[in-house]
Design a protein around this ligand. Structure first.
Ligand SMILES: [Zn+2]
Length: 250
């Protein structure tokens, strides 16, 4: 039986606790998500919850400190769905850039920016190179679960087979497969601004609320399982654990 590494949650820790833990495990984990419609069966914060669940499992293996999830993001074409919040990229990019610099300044040596929302990738591609150059003694692992560990053969989608399987593995109590009903309609589906014009509809996304796969993009999530999500998660976590331990013990 393996014993969990010591890890903590940044916002819950006192200064002495932070000092002691950073001296021992100088790794910060930052789940990057956003609030976005993820089908009838998944929570609105799905991407951040997925990233947080992966960060927590990684912290349990390696040790370190998890930052509060970055809930403000954007990009990806789901802004037309009710309950979704997209922010300007300049706003969230600046928060991530500033915070990463501060974390290194406070003594962290490795920072994991794990994005649960795939359009974070473009932002990370834009901001991470200069962050690495400014902190060349440190390690920054950045990307979505499809990229942060390199190409591990994992697949992604939106609220469909893959993401639903992560949900069933990481937080099954927040997933309600029975909520994917058909025949829905009515005035409570869209924001007050109404449904999007056809020209605004991503061709691979289901825009008909009467379909059980509404707002999804990908293969049918009813084929998903916790076992599938656990397998994908462990594939990623094994790789990230190895990269972090190699850096910390060199
Ligand atoms: Zn997602």
């Amino acid at each position: 039986m393996t014993v969990d590494a010591e890890y903590g949650r940044y916002e819950r820790m006192r200064p002495d606790e932070l000092s002691a833990m950073v001296a021992k495990s100088p790794v910060a984990y930052w789940p990057l998500g956003l609030l976005e419609h993820h089908g009838w069966h998944l929570p609105i914060g799905f991407d951040g919850l997925k990233a947080d669940g992966l960060c927590e499992r990684l912290a349990r293996r390696v040790g370190g400190i998890i930052l509060p999830t970055m809930w403000w993001g954007g990009g990806g074409g789901h802004h037309v769905f009710r309950w979704t919040h997209y922010q300007p990229e300049s706003a969230y990019a600046e928060i991530v850039t500033n915070t990463v610099g501060q974390l290194f300044d406070h003594g962290f040596r490795a920072i994991v920016l794990l994005a649960g929302h795939y359009p974070w990738q473009q932002t990370l591609d834009r901001i991470v190179p200069s962050l690495r150059a400014d902190n060349d003694q440190g390690l920054i692992l950045a990307g979505t679960e499809l990229t942060v560990g390199g190409d591990l053969g994992l697949s992604g989608d939106h609220a469909a087979l893959e993401e639903t399987s992560y949900g069933l593995a990481l937080f099954p109590d927040l997933v309600d497969m029975k909520a994917m009903t058909s025949g829905r309609g009515g005035s409570d589906i869209w924001p007050k601004s109404g449904p999007p014009e056809k020209s605004e509809q991503h061709p691979a996304v289901e825009f008909d609320p009467a379909q059980p796969l509404f707002a999804q993009m990908g293969q049918d999530p009813r084929m998903g399982s916790g076992a599938r999500g656990t397998y994908s998660a462990n594939t990623l976590l094994d790789e990230l654990q190895q990269q972090l331990e190699q850096f910390l013990h060199r």
